[in-house]
Design a protein around this ligand. Structure first.
Ligand code: 5AD
Ligand code: SF4
Length: 432
């Protein structure tokens, strides 16, 4: 989401006559687009800002702006020199990017500038993002913003505000432009894509996420469509049926489970149980047998017992996730969990549990990849492999990375690759 937002920021800036540089020493302004999801993410931002202070000593007049979730969460306190031990010129929250030029003018007239107003309707629908993804093959298309689920651990509803959806006509227009520019994969993005809901003012017609994904898939058959992220409570059979109808909707669903224990899920305010989550997985496997499922898991949430942790490990095995992002619980100020529960697990226990979860996932990913050896997949070529320029890399519909001898194949082409070996992270094969 931040990557996509930075493309919007770049578009706002270039429309004002600014150029973008990837060399910090050339810049007059540096914006850091920040994440607040875990303390670790915020610490990395603070370290990056510290590094940039050295550059500022060398280059007088260099200005620093903090954008995104940390700007929204910490607001004016970021402008106090003694808070971070450094000077920040501008603070702009995720809904304030249209105001960047005005904020810059304020700074250039000698003030510090801030806008952290959240909006009920900003979707940046009319702004064509400047694309930064490498390769020109795969792009993000933002379809909704905000989240009102209020999972107990999560800061997003506070930093990103209310849910709002983007006009489907502008979504389809953006996909068409991307297809014409040679892009072959788009990822529909939102904090909670299943909450997508657009009501046309004139006709009164409602467009839900299942409708939108059909529109996206129908735009150009050469473009594959992905989406992220879905909340398990909202994955409907209707959506799965729609996916089944369109071969260019990728067979991959990211469905964050967070925990395998029903009592922890209840404390997390996730609004599903272990049983209902497993029922959703059952529906995916029934309707889309080829579909990969990936997930997010949090280790060591408040009050998590050894038994709760074991339930997470057993759920991982039962589902057989193809891939997972795994985290230690990090208390975020202002969240429901910070107010209601004690962050009571010792760091060492959190680390041990996380490590067990990671090694379990590695084993499950390896098994999943081994089952693919001998099979042939359609792969969208993204470019050369980072490790060897005689190899190309691409992804299957299931979002698995495949490495194969490049030959004359180019980014943006679809090739059929027969898999002959694997690691837990990569499939290897040859074009057939
Ligand atoms: N601590 C640890 N992980 C978190 N996530 C969200 N909030 C926290 C937190 N406070 C994880 C969840 C979510 C992913 C984007 O980040 O797993 O799905
Ligand atoms: Fe955070 Fe839950 Fe919203 Fe995801 S659904 S952004 S975890 S509050």
């Amino acid at each position: 989401m931040n990557f996509s937002d930075s493309e919007i920021v770049a578009s706002v800036m270039t429309s004002q006559g600014f150029d973008v540089t990837d060399k910090p020493e050339e810049a007059d302004w540096i914006f850091i687009n920040t994440c607040s999801i875990r303390e670790h993410a915020e610490n990395r931002v603070i370290n990056r800002l510290r590094e940039l202070q050295h550059l500022r000593k060398k280059k007088r007049g260099l200005r620093l702006g903090v954008l995104g979730c940390m700007a929204e969460r910490m607001k004016a306190s970021l402008l106090e020199d003694d808070k971070l031990g450094m000077r920040i010129d501008m603070v702009a929250g995720p809904d304030a990017y249209r105001q960047l030029p005005a904020l810059m003018t304020d700074v250039e007239s000698g003030q510090q500038a801030i806008n952290v107003m959240l909006s009920a309707d900003e979707t940046y629908a009319d702004i064509s993002p400047v694309r930064y993804a490498a390769g020109g093959v795969s792009a993000f298309v933002s379809i909704m913003r905000g989240c009102e689920n209020f999972c107990a651990y999560c800061v997003v509803p506070f930093t990103r505000g209310k849910e709002r959806s983007r006009d489907p006509v502008s979504v389809a227009g953006e996909i068409r432009q991307l297809a014409e520019a040679g892009y072959r994969e788009i990822t529909l993005l939102g904090q909670n894509v299943n909450s997508y809901r657009w009501k046309d003012n004139v006709s009164g017609k409602l467009t839900g996420f299942s409708d939108l994904i059909s529109i996206a898939a129908g735009t150009d058959p050469r473009v594959r469509v992905r989406f992220a992220t879905s909340h398990p409570k909202d994955i409907s059979e209707e959506l799965l049926q729609r996916m089944a109808e369109h071969p260019n909707i990728c067979r991959a669903i990211h469905l964050p489970v967070q925990s395998g224990s029903t009592s922890i899920l209840k404390k997390m305010n996730r609004k599903y149980t272990r049983k209902t989550y497993l029922e959703k997985i059952g529906a995916i496997k029934r309707i889309l047998p080829e579909c990969a499922v990936s997930t997010d898991i949090i280790a060591g949430f408040c009050g998590e017992t050894q038994k709760d942790h074991e339930q997470t490990l057993s759920l991982m095995e039962e589902v057989g996730f193809d891939f997972a992002y795994m985290f230690k619980y990090s208390e975020r100020p202002g969240t429901l969990a910070a107010k209601k529960f004690r962050d009571d697990l010792p760091e060492q226990v959190k680390t041990e549990r996380l490590n067990e979860i990671i090694s379990k996932q590695q084993q499950i990913s390896m098994e999943s990849n081994r089952r693919d050896v001998g099979k042939t997949f359609e792969v969208l070529v993204e470019g050369l492999s980072k490790r060897s320029s005689s190899n190309a890399m691409g992804r299957t519909s299931q979002n698995k990375v495949v490495v194969f001898p490049a030959g004359t194949h180019k980014a943006g082409e679809y090739v059929r690759v027969r898999i002959d070996s694997c690691t837990s992270a990569t499939l290897k094969g040859k074009v057939v």
